[in-house]
Write a new protein. Structure first.
Length: 248
């Protein structure tokens, strides 16, 4: 199978789902669209909890010790958050969303602009921080098939319908984020020539699960956590696992 096909299918499902969502959303009252967003937030919270449970993975505990996994996730979030904050990743992602809104939707009112940016940021984070993004893209690049990305594409397509019904065309713009992130990871898989060890992958999955909790809190309008600033934690997590294992 051609490497990158899974990402191409994923981008297509996001675009198709966004179009359906926008057409459907215009026919729904605001209260119904808000309810759809709340439902998606609850499902995101469920997925986040399932992913975060990887902190209890046996391979991770065997590699770094029983007491270290929680500290590794904590350290990943702290270090990654500091790096992301200094790099102003959240502001840059929002700025990219605003630029795309201006290019694609023209000069609109501040409320519509905020809706576009929020849809772009939230959907980009949901589509690109889950474990299927990392593992599926790497395996696609390694030549192990794109089955995981095909599954993710189906899930993202339905999620895009729900998001776009509430946020509009900003969700479609997140297809660019999916292309860049998953395409880069696929290229990384081509370069690595081997899969990540199970322990490092578990640390990434658990850390990504907590990032999705932050996304769910945004969707549920509980707290606007700058999740994009925490994204470097996904790179810090496997590095900390390797460091701790080397010191044992």
């Amino acid at each position: 199978m051609i490497p990158g096909l899974g990402t191409a299918v994923n981008v297509a499902t996001v675009l198709v789902g966004s179009t359906i969502g926008v057409l459907l959303g215009n026919r729904l009252p605001v209260r119904t669209r808000d309810l759809v967003t709340d439902a998606l937030g609850l499902v995101t919270l469920l997925i986040a909890g399932t992913s975060a449970m990887a902190v209890l993975d046996d391979d991770l505990a065997a590699r770094v010790g029983d007491s270290a996994p929680m500290l590794i996730v904590l350290g990943s979030l702290l270090i990654g958050g500091i790096i992301g904050s200094l790099l102003r990743l959240e502001a840059r992602v929002e700025g990219l969303g605003g630029w795309l809104q201006g290019r694609l939707a023209g000069d609109t009112g501040s409320a519509e602009r905020h809706r576009f940016i929020e849809g772009f940021v939230v959907s980009s984070l949901v589509f690109c921080t889950g474990p299927l993004t990392i593992l599926g893209s790497l395996n696609d690049g390694l030549g192990n098939g794109a089955d995981q990305l095909f599954l993710k594409a189906a899930l993202d397509g339905f999620a895009a319908i729900a998001f776009a019904a509430s946020f509009g065309w900003g969700v479609a713009a997140s297809a660019l984020t999916v292309l860049v992130v998953q395409g880069s990871l696929t290229l990384l898989g081509l370069a690595l020539g081997g899969v990540l060890p199970d322990a490092e992958l578990a640390a990434i999955t658990a850390t990504g699960g907590l990032l999705l909790v932050g996304v769910a809190l945004r969707l549920l309008r509980i707290r606007e956590i700058p999740v994009a600033d925490l994204l470097p934690a996904l790179l810090v997590a496997p590095a900390l696992v390797a460091a701790v294992a080397a010191l044992r």
